[in-house]
Structures are given as structure tokens and as C-alpha cells.
Design a protein around this ligand. Sequence first.
Ligand code: ZN
Length: 104
Amino acid sequence: MEVQPEILINNFQLGVLLSGLDRKFFCFIIKNNVFCSQCKNFAIDGVDVDRAYLTKTNDVRVFGRCKRCNSEVIRLFEFGNDKEFRDKANRLRESIKEQTLLGV
Ligand SMILES: [Zn+2]
């Protein structure tokens, strides 16, 4: 399989990638199920998402802040196992490349 670079994606691009059940799953995890090492528990007030990356295996890695203690939290979403998601991710990579070429 072709090795692809890890890229920073903005909220809009993340929204394009996440549809249907993936989006529900993502929102559920962000609200309830990200571990905070400072609280030594799941971030029960949820997290604010700072930035997200599309990894080289087409997973999504999110950096955010625990809403309770403001510590940085990181969560990996293993969407890359899903072919439909991978296809979407690869289309997004293509469109980003094209925009770069166009200088947009
Ligand atoms: Zn915390």
C-alpha cells in the first residue's frame, strides 16, 4: 500500500470525512470517552478539539483540551480500517493536492 503523509485537516475537511455513523461515533467519543491523564478518568465534561490530523494509515488523530482541567488530550480514531472512509480520505487528499497546485 502506498505510504501517505500525515496531514493537518481543518474542521470543514473533518466534517467532509465524517458522515452518518462515523460522525455520531466521533461526537459521542469527543463528549464522553476521551481519557484525560490529568483527571485520571474520561473527560466527563467533554473536550474541545484543537486540531485534527489524517494519519498515514487514514486514521484520524485529534488533539484537544479537557473541558474540566484544560489539559491536552489526544485520541486516535481508527477509521482507516473502513474502506468507505479510506476512499473518502483519499479523495480529500487529492482535492488538497489540487488546491495546492492551484494556489488556492
Ligand atoms: Zn482533565
